[in-house]
Design a protein around this ligand. Structure first.
Ligand code: GDP
Length: 689
């Protein structure tokens, strides 16, 4: 075994970097709050104010309406350090969910036992699978009327294809829900009362549940044995398998994504949370179970996964250390940006306190103060052993809006605030419209932009007029074409001479852009190729048909000419831009629009009207099925048609239908609509000369 030179107060196998994953309203906030409550009780942080109990602190937090204030909170349970990494619930922030999934080792997925698996749960589950995040599931809201534990597990199996298996069973349900039976140990736990302080006592399995427990245990043991050859043999041979053996095999099966154990509970009624925490420690992986080399003595490799502005200490950069160690006051190399940065202080963020540490080791998560230029997705490493960790990919924004500051001082504050906000949220983009000079912000959904505008006004005190949300269309070509760009000016003195021939071809959808030079034999000197590429990219950004960025296009410069004296970078840049315009206009340009996947849940009686309305929105209805006593409609609808849908659906259903949507893909805009967009864009499709 390697000698560990660096001191670590918690051994690596007693660290859990986990996220609570849930769709909105399943109970993530309540569950997180309870976790912090129970874990905070068992561990006293250094200089915690003696007068403040955890409960007092929770009340204060609740008054202010916030719980997790930090992108990662460190807490402790059963001699294990648990780092809870925040994963946003709303789907507008899907990319943010992906970002956080990238750095955690395991997750607790919170399901709503009263409504089973919904579309949003499917989305977060799919994302967790993409990063192979081992999961345990917490079937919350067992106290709600209609709660159905086994039904929830079945819907997870059916809709998610997950090997979800009951790990414990609820004792009672709805108003009568009072505890759980642990299937492996056959111990029952009952909570006496509903409040956070409620004692939970260990007791016998209720007699009326004995058969049910036996059956469910059999199922669990069968599933666990199925993942382990030795146990399988014992199981088939009818031999007894010990609880320890089962737990060990289950741990491995969870880490290998073969089994998702499901635990029952009600966070609101303070029941079932402690057994879930036990399972986090028992079954979710430690950093060393995941990474091959979480070695603190190796060179540093770390990923910045979130930037957050803290009211007390300023800008915090949350970092996951994958190998080596990160020391406060040291210099690190940002290999993504190829710059050196100084790490100031390092902090562990606790729920109600922050703790300064000297060093963060492989496997740990820490917040750094003092990094200036590092943003989400950047790798920090040792300059002598540079490495770039797989960065986080973010989708292109689908919606944008214009912002106009009211005064000159607002203009300055606006720039600053948008800079800060986009540092925190990488799916949020800022640019200025070259035509109007307006500031445009873009993101993944109306809600996300609303929240950002609200923060800009509230936190940064910017007074501004905000435009209507606009769909982020894209332009593309549908056939190959060629174009000639000539920029020649002879007006006394030194002239301008740029000349190039371009060919363009469509690329498959989603492929983006490509630029190639096929110039050989010096038709255009080499130093003018980069300016040509620059001219092409600028034109692609500005748009040709209606002012939207051009995508899925390959541009090749294959010929041209130059002048010994008059040729310049700027002349070739302009020539390239003209050449691309000319070619594009011969290539049957079209517009692409974002298509959203929309899921509406409604009482049966409003179904007809809701489907009728969707159909009038160019929707393609994918399915309509019953779930419980509600109907669920899934459709693909162009984002352009969804403006104001929140209000519309409320009035169609007396406020009883709900919906959620996420960007699915881009598709060509129908010709008649394209014509209207082009007309109102002021772009006439003419070739500039
Ligand atoms: P989030 O949107 O996932 O963070 O969910 P919240 O924790 O904010 O919970 C959404 C709503 O469900 C709130 O009104 C909670 O009080 C309620 N809720 C959460 N957990 C439970 C539970 O176990 N039982 C019941 N009855 N309500 C719950």
């Amino acid at each position: 075994m390697a000698v560990q030179k660096t001191k670590r107060d918690f051994p690596l196998d007693r660290i859990r970097n986990i996220g609570i994953i849930a769709h909105i309203d399943a109970g993530k906030t309540t569950t997180t709050e309870r976790i912090l409550f129970y874990t905070g009780k068992t561990y006293k942080i250094g200089d915690i104010d003696e007068g403040t109990t955890v409960t007092d602190w929770m009340d204060q937090e609740r008054e202010r309406g916030i719980t997790i204030v930090s992108a990662a909170v460190t807490t402790f349970w059963k001699d294990t350090r648990i780092n809870l990494i925040d994963t946003p619930g709303h789907v507008d922030f899907t990319a943010e969910v992906e970002r956080s999934l990238r750095v955690l080792d395991g997750g607790v997925i919170v399901l709503d036992s009263s409504s089973g698996v919904q579309s949003q749960t499917e989305t977060v589950w799919r994302q967790a699978n993409k990063y192979k995040v081992p999961l345990i599931a917490f079937a919350n809201k067992m106290d709600v009327i209609g709660a159905d534990f086994l039904g929830t597990i079945q819907s997870a199996r059916d809709r998610l294809g997950a090997n979800a298996v009951a790990y414990n069973l609820p004792i009672g349900k709805e108003n009568e829900f009072k505890g759980v039976v642990d299937l492996l140990t056959k111990k029952a736990f009952i909570w006496e009362g509903d409040d956070t302080g409620a004692k939970f006592i260990e007791t016998e399995v209720p007699t009326q549940m004995v058969d049910q427990v036996k059956q469910a245990r059999e199922k669990l043991v069968e599933e666990i044995s199925g993942t382990d050859d030795v146990l399988m043999e014992k199981y088939l041979g009818g031999q007894e398998i010990s609880v320890d053996e089962l737990k060990k095999a289950l741990r491995k099966a969870v880490i290998d994504n073969k089994i998702v154990p499901v635990l029952a509970g009600s966070s609101l009624r303070n029941k079932g949370v402690q057994p879930m925490l036990d399972s986090v420690v028992e079954y979710l992986p430690s950093p060393q179970d995941i990474a091959e080399k979480a070695d603190p003595t190796a060179p540093l490799a770390a990923l910045a996964f979130k930037i957050q502005v803290d009211p007390h200490v300023g800008k915090l950069t949350f970092i996951r250390v994958y190998s080596g160690s990160l020391k406060s006051g040291s210099y690190v190399y940002n290999s993504t940006k190829q710059i050196k940065e100084r790490v100031g202080r390092l902090l562990l963020m606790h729920a109600n306190d922050r703790e300064e540490i000297d060093e963060a080791l492989a496997g740990e998560i820490v917040a750094a103060v003092g990094l200036k230029d590092t943003v989400t997705g950047d790798t920090l490493c040792d300059e002598v052993a540079p490495i770039i960790l797989e960065s986080i990919s973010f989708p292109d924004p689908v919606i944008s809006l214009a912002i106009e500051p009211k005064t000159k001082s607002d203009q300055e504050k606006l720039g600053y605030s948008l800079q800060r906000l986009s540092e925190e949220d990488p799916t949020f983009r800022v640019k200025s419209d070259p035509e109007t000079g307006q500031t445009i912000i873009a993101g993944m959904g109306e809600l996300q932009l609303e929240v950002l505008v609200d923060r800009m006004k509230r936190e940064f005190k910017v007074e501004a007029n905000v435009g209507q949300p606009q769909v982020a269309y894209k332009e593309t070509i549908t056939k190959p074409a060629e174009g000639e760009g000539k920029y020649i000016r002879q007006t006394g003195g030194r002239g301008q001479y740029g000349h190039c021939l371009l060919k363009i071809e469509p690329l498959p959808r989603g492929q983006g852009r490509e630029f190639v030079s096929e110039i050989v034999g010096g038709a255009i000197p080499r130093e003018f190729i980069p300016p040509i590429e620059k001219g092409v990219i600028e034109k692609e950004d500005t748009g040709i048909l209606a002012g939207y960025p051009v995508t899925d296009i390959k541009v090749t410069v294959y010929d041209g000419s130059f002048h010994d004296v008059d040729s310049s970078e700027i002349a070739f840049k302009i020539a390239a831009s003209l050449g691309l315009s000319e070619a594009a206009k011969k290539a049957d340009m079209i517009l692409l629009e974002p298509i959203m996947k929309v899921e509406v849940t409604t009482p049966e009686e409003f179904l007809g009207e809701i489907i009728g309305d969707l159909s009038s929105k160019r929707a393609q209805i994918l399915s309509s099925e019953s779930r419980g006593n509600a109907r669920v409609v899934i459709a693909l609808v162009p984002l352009a048609e969804m403006h104001g849908y929140a209000t519309a659906i409320r009035s169609m259903s007396q406020g009883r239908a709900t919906y959620y949507m996420e960007a699915d893909h881009y598709e060509p805009v129908p010709a008649n609509i394209t014509a209207k967009i082009v007309e109102s864009s002021g772009f006439t499709g003419r070739v500039e000369r």
